[in-house]
Write a protein that binds this ligand. Structure first.
Ligand SMILES: O=C(O)CCC(=O)C(=O)O
Length: 290
């Protein structure tokens, strides 16, 4: 039976296309994620020094600014996404969070995979390549597959993918530092045309412009999580603060469906194949992006 809280969240997810869970991830889990990312930044710093790009490692610099200092010599080279190196123990508690998975299960059913598109974004200030334009995730799936003759695509369109997007910040995400924006209800429109821009796809102006007046800012704190439909119009605001907006985004998909990608992701919940579910942080760390 679906619990009362879950059914309220479910209703909002279905009507608006998203639902925010406040303070759902505890401080220890958030800190564990931040420690892993700080360790990745350490490795980046050592790499930059080995290549003589920097003399200093900026070890005393906080998580919110260290990458800005490290890439001061060439901001265009700073990473906009971390993806394949997220198989680290401290990420498990976030990607496989039981309460978030409970809601995902209420939406998607009992077979759930972590879709092979889990990402951490260090969004540096005024950095054009981190400015994610208005899009639907399904718009990317459609663009990836357009013109490809593949059996899976004949049975399923990107609009049919049963998928839930999840987004959570590691620092407070505000209008100033580039929080997400959503246009509620747009998940009911199906996949709309997207146009290719320099770094990202963007929803065609004819679809976007009349709806922009309904955009809402999704300001969240570390520990908060927002779940949203992969058809919902969303974007990231520009970061106009002097600090990095660190965030994680990941997706759950009905694991009985194809991913429409070369990678297959990892099982998060399953009645059919319980032995294949990623069970703990050590197992997660031993796996690869696949
Ligand atoms: O973090 C952002 O600014 C954009 C993230 C996004 O588009 C997504 O999670 O699908």
């Amino acid at each position: 039976m679906v619990q009362v809280g879950v059914s309220r969240h479910l209703q909002q997810f279905e009507e608006q296309g998203y639902v925010i869970l406040r303070e759902v991830v505890d401080r220890r889990t958030v800190d564990a994620v931040r420690r892993e990312l700080a360790a990745i930044v350490d490795q980046i710093a050592l790499g930059l020094r080995a290549m003589d790009h920097v003399q200093e490692l900026y070890e005393a610099e906080p998580f919110e600014t260290r990458l800005i200092k490290l890439f001061g010599f060439a901001p265009q080279l700073s990473p906009s996404q971390l993806r394949t190196n997220l198989h680290r123990a401290g990420l498990f508690g976030l990607f496989f969070h039981p309460r978030v998975l409970d809601l995902a299960e209420a939406i998607l059913g009992p077979e759930i995979r972590l879709y092979p598109n889990y990402t951490v974004r260090p969004k540096l200030p005024e950095d054009e390549k981190t400015l994610v334009l208005w899009h639907q995730d399904a718009g990317y799936t459609a663009a990836d597959w357009s013109g490809k003759d593949h059996a899976a695509m004949k049975q399923l369109s990107p609009a049919d993918l049963r998928m839930v997007n999840v987004w959570s910040p590691l620092v407070p995400a505000t209008v100033e530092n580039g929080c997400m924006q959503f246009i509620p209800g747009t998940h009911k429109l199906g996949v709309v045309p997207h146009v290719e821009r320099k770094h990202y796809l963007e929803i065609a102006e004819s679809e976007l412009k009349p709806r922009l007046k309904d955009a809402v800012d999704i300001e969240l704190n570390p520990g908060d999580v927002v779940l949203f439909n992969n058809l919902l119009f969303h974007s990231g605001r520009p970061n106009r603060s002097g600090m990095i907006r660190w965030s994680c985004d990941w997706r759950y998909q009905d694991a009985t469906q194809p991913t429409l990608r070369t990678h297959q992701g990892h099982l998060a919940r399953s009645i059919a194949h319980p032995q294949r579910v990623v069970r703990d942080s050590a197992q997660w760390a031993a796996l690869t992006f696949s």
